[in-house]
Design a protein around this ligand. Structure first.
Ligand SMILES: Nc1ncnc2c1ncn2[C@@H]1O[C@H](COP(=O)(O)OP(=O)(O)O)[C@@H](O)[C@H]1O
Ligand SMILES: [Mg+2]
Length: 512
């Protein structure tokens, strides 16, 4: 007889960090080139989020240093090398006790709320640090300080991957002035600069367009300095936290909301915990699902929760989510940013708030033309003020642009045209957790399409009137040449000096 296999010996439980490390490609860490780019990007995004939270004009410094200077013989050698990455900002700073938790543990963050921010899963920066530690075996250092305190902290730590927990190796208090605030993160990682350089430089250039109120400084491993000084002193209004919309939740979320509510009736729970649900709608909705409005929320059975959630998704009378908590960039700031590309014309449109699956979003579009733009149609994409650089052809805005009939606006594919799209939302419909492209969601596609078409109509009007003015100027200069010729011929024929002005005067005289 066969003895049953003892599975308990084979069972392994992976910690969250071990799981993410094994599957790091899904967050963009698939090779040394892309990992270097994603690490720079994730840390910069954390810095910019922290500056906007503090409502200050961001100053972000990024230093990327090779471990050793390449000797002249391996100057041309390509492939992974070891780098030190240092990112410093003037943001909120991080309280001492939360540093290890926020940056030394996967899936811990302060951005899991219904609020527009660059970060989403409590993962990006933390995974970059984990990637660095695994590829170089060196510790991570964080120096941070908050406004109002006369000291900050320096912490050196390691990440214990097996247990998804940080281990502090060294720590000290640092004196500082009460007005100073910000964070500096430094760590070592493996990367491929030669193969990621273009992408990282593009990332800076595009960030400077969408965040023109930031000063960005980047020292490359080649000792080049890339600097973007701010061109406008405006920080867009902060995004605020919103309550969830009844159409954007699932059963687990509903359960945890009920578990934490203090409301004693279903009606007041709906009104207090969700956005845009008033007394009448709450009552009507509950009656339509067959639930008593004064029932105690905790008394709902699992089946009733599922029925309620399904009904919430379908119920037509809930008002659409409000876009008031979102923070679009705004025409003034975008205009300042796009001037960095030196176009001849640029047109922007901000669409009204719209909604997909219960999440509010706002689309901002822009079309730039001529000047120093490169010939051909380009699309630059931004989501919650992050430039998106990979997987362009899969992005919904690229598809919208591809389907536009440029001819009907008097334009050609070869014209120097740059399309810009910014989507802001409490939940960006990213297709992957690597945050690189926007899924083809009907409502989003429609808004982008309308935005671009609106910009193109306006652009085509501008181009027509510019062309008319050009034709007019051309005709005038041709006439002037003709009068000059006539005046010279007449002067020679009559032996008298006849100027163009005189000729025109006499022409005016005869016609009167
Ligand atoms: N430069 C910084 N300044 C202030 N807080 C930061 C900074 N970098 C990271 N944090 C905090 O650490 C958390 C985790 O960061 P991260 O792993 O990148 O995840 P996410 O940004 O998705 O929340 C953030 O939610 C934020 O609270
Ligand atoms: Mg982040």
């Amino acid at each position: 007889m066969l003895t049953p296999k003892n599975y308990s010996q084979d069972i392994v439980e992976l910690s969250i960090s071990a799981w993410f490390y094994r599957n790091r490609a899904i967050a963009g860490f698939d090779n040394p080139a892309r990992s270097l780019y994603v690490s720079v990007r994730e840390l910069m995004e954390n810095s910019l989020d922290a500056c906007e939270d503090a409502q200050v004009l961001p100053e972000v410094t990024v230093l990327l240093k090779r471990e050793e200077e390449p000797s002249s013989t391996d100057m041309l050698s390509q492939g992974p090398e070891t780098f030190e990455l240092i990112v410093k900002d003037n943001g909120t700073g991080i309280p001492r006790d939360t540093i290890p938790l926020l940056l030394g543990k996967m899936l811990t963050g302060t951005k899991f709320t219904h609020k527009q921010s660059r970060g989403t899963f409590g993962l990006g920066g933390s995974l970059a640090l984990l990637y660095g530690q695994v590829t170089t075996q060196r510790p991570i250092e964080i120096v941070t300080g908050q406004k109002g305190l006369d000291y900050g902290h320096r912490i050196k730590m390691r990440l214990d991957i097996e247990n998804n927990t940080p281990i502090i190796i060294e720590e000290e208090r640092l004196p500082k002035s009460e007005s100073e605030h910000g964070t500096m993160v430094s760590f070592w990682l493996q990367g491929d600069w030669i193969r990621s350089k273009r992408r990282i430089l593009d990332y800076f250039a595009h960030t400077a367009i969408i965040v023109p109120y930031a000063s960005l400084f980047f020292e490359t491993p080649d000792d080049e300095v890339i600097k973007y000084d701010r061109v406008i002193e405006v920080v867009p209004k902060p995004s605020t936290e919103s309550k969830p919309h009844p159409r954007g939740i699932d059963v687990e979320m509903l359960k945890s909301m009920i578990a934490s509510t203090r409301k004693r009736t279903l009606k007041s729970f709906l009104m207090g915990s969700f956005q845009r649900v008033g007394q009448t709608i709450a009552e009507e909705f509950l009656v339509s699902v067959g639930l008593q409005p004064d029932r105690v929320p905790e008394s709902l059975e699992q089946e009733e929760l599922v029925t309620m959630m399904n009904a919430m998704e379908r119920y037509k009378k809930f008002l659409p989510p409000s876009g008031k908590t979102l923070s679009p960039v705004g025409t003034e700031v975008l205009q300042a940013g796009v001037q960095r590309l030196s176009p001849e014309f640029v047109i922007f449109r901000q669409r009204s708030p719209s909604v997909y699956e219960g999440h509010p979003f706002i689309i901002e579009t822009g079309v730039a033309y001529g000047g120093q733009l490169t010939p051909g149609t380009n699309v630059i994409r931004f989501a919650n003020r992050i430039p998106l650089l990979y997987d362009e052809r899969s992005d919904v805005s690229y598809r919208v642009v591809r389907d536009l009939k440029l001819k009907s606006y008097g334009l050609r594919k070869e014209d120097p045209l740059t399309f810009m799209m910014h989507i802001c939302s409490t939940k960006i419909p990213y297709k992957t957790i690597g945050k690189e492209y926007i899924a083809d969601v009907d409502a989003v596609r429609k808004e982008i399409d309308l935005g671009f078409k609106d910009c193109l109509r306006e652009l085509s009007k501008k181009l027509r009137s510019r062309n008319r003015a050009k034709i007019h100027r051309k005709r005038e200069s041709r006439l002037n040449a003709y009068y000059k010729f006539t005046a010279e011929t007449l002067s020679t024929a009559t032996g008298r000096e006849i100027s163009v002005d005189r000729l025109l005067d006499s022409r005016g005289g005869t016609s009167q």
